[in-house]
Write a protein that binds this ligand. Structure first.
Ligand code: GAP
Length: 443
């Protein structure tokens, strides 16, 4: 299918239990989504692969798990209290609120309401700034509040722990600190499914380097992260591109930034940003906290504030791009087959096992024994709740690479039929060899 439109993807994700609306039975909560059983598995796999690639396999990166709630000082220093805001305008006719940079300007001070299509006069309906952070009271009483904020990026937890990590791990630069975790933004522009949510998850690395090496590592991380999406997430290269930010679109902390964009159903949009944050954050936190966050290089006897290169990825956008890229509709014998051509490392189940006839106890028992045997070695699924064609279709839709059918002949020849998700080719394989066969093909 050439155009995976968004409505189709959303209803597919709901129908197969990948993603549900947030607070749904109470009427829903805008831009908040819950991951269902299969969505939760894929999401966890994305995070596990990222963590393994960077924290476990690289020598110069350590992990961190900092808190979501942080004190006001953190965000005063980081600039989020002053700068992390959108300009919003209210439509006087339909009373809806919009980000002014996202709606059509039709003349000086005149905008078109995207919903009721009437004119909004910005001279009369003055745009107002709206901070995106969620504020919360951490004191036990309402009359003596102590305000804190839910982090809008995981990064700040890394910066404020920079010296803790250095002192406890005795590492030298270059050093990366990696973190996966939730971030919160009271986003006003909504829609586009899980692309822009109020609660989402990030996978961020703050890579601390000597300022002279910042450009080299910035280029390294842009290439490295691009490769991650094609090689580890299986995304089609044609649907990915790099886009460098112009000076006027840079975030308040960034010296340079390159987005890796994916061609989503609604067009090219940011999947990840790789920024050169310079020494902005550590300088700011040193100044506001009055703690010395400079690094001392024992070899050169030089003391300096490191520069930071930040590859910042969204778990949810990665998930979204994987679903969009792998969703296919194919015509098979006059019917549409929906197949999720996931890279096998991301598939919730690697193998599904069915008895051809569920009313034959010997077949059911043979199939179940095979399932229990394989299940300890590979994520496997057993199903006998439908006709074989239906069982294949269900597994195609959730991306299971191999389906195994146990039939009457299996009782005598001790062989089963293995069907490949993508080619639909079938092969007869000895029961004892099923695990090796699938394991070899999965690579
Ligand atoms: N620490 C840098 C930072 O947070 P960002 O470009 O604002 O930079 C990084 O966010 C990534 O986090 C984005 O590329 C995107 O994948 C994800 N992200 C940001 N806001 C999001 C939102 N509201 N919903 C879902 N993902 C979001």
């Amino acid at each position: 299918m050439a155009e995976n439109n968004i409505t189709k993807i959303v209803s597919f994700c709901r129908r197969r239990g990948f993603i549900f609306g947030g607070s749904e039975i109470y009427g829903g909560l805008s831009s908040v989504w819950d991951y269902g059983p299969l969505g939760a598995i894929i999401k966890k796999k994305i995070k596990d692969i990222w963590w393994k690639t960077y924290v476990e396999e690289k020598e110069d990166i350590v992990g961190l798990d900092s808190s979501i709630i942080m004190t006001e000082g953190v965000f005063k220093a980081s600039g989020h209290l002053d700068n992390f805001a959108d300009w919003l305008i209210d439509c006087p006719w339909c009373k809806r609120r919009y980000r002014i940079d996202k709606i059509e300007k039709i003349d000086k001070d005149l905008y078109k309401c995207p919903d009721c299509k009437k004119d909004i006069d910005a001279a009369k309906n003055k745009p107002r700034q709206f901070n995106l952070m969620f504020k919360t009271n951490t004191s036990a009483t309402e009359d003596n509040p102590y305000y804190a904020y839910l982090r809008p990026e995981t990064a700040q937890g890394i910066f404020i722990n920079f010296t803790n990590v250095l002192n406890t791990t005795h590492r030298k630069l270059p050093l990366g600190i990696a973190q996966i975790g939730k971030a919160f933004r009271n986003e006003v522009t909504t829609g586009n499914f899980i692309f822009r949510m109020k609660e989402f998850e990030q996978m961020e690395i703050e890579y601390f380097v000597h300022p002279d090496q910042a450009q080299k590592y910035y280029e390294y991380w842009v290439d490295e992260r691009f490769k991650f999406y094609t090689e580890k997430m299986g995304l089609n290269k044609e649907k990915l591109r790099r886009r460098q930010h112009s000076k006027d679109e840079l975030a308040h902390y960034a010296k340079a930034c390159t987005d890796i964009e994916f061609n989503f159903p609604f067009g090219w949009s940011e999947l990840e940003g790789i920024a050169n944050r310079g020494d902005f954050d550590l300088t700011q936190h040193s100044r506001v906290s009055k703690k010395d966050l400079a690094y001392f290089d024992n070899a050169t006897k030089q003391k300096f504030i490191p520069y930071v290169i930040e590859p910042s990825a969204g778990v949810d956008r990665t998930f979204f791009s994987i679903i969009c890229d792998s969703y296919h509709e194919e015509e098979v014998k006059g019917k549409i087959r929906v197949v999720l051509k996931l890279k096998p490392n991301l598939a919730p189940y690697k193998i599904a096992i069915f008895p051809l006839l569920k009313n034959k106890p010997e077949l059911v028992s043979l199939a179940k024994n095979l399932f229990y045997d394989i299940k300890n070695k590979l994520p496997a699924f057993y199903d006998d709740t439908g006709a074989i064609g239906k069982l294949y279709r269900r597994q195609d839709e959730i991306g299971t690479p191999f389906c195994v059918t146990v039939d009457v002949d299996s009782l005598t020849d001790k062989k089963v039929t293995i069907r490949d998700r993508d080619t639909m080719q079938q092969e007869r394989v000895a029961i004892d060899e099923v695990f090796n066969f699938v394991d070899n093909k999965l690579g």
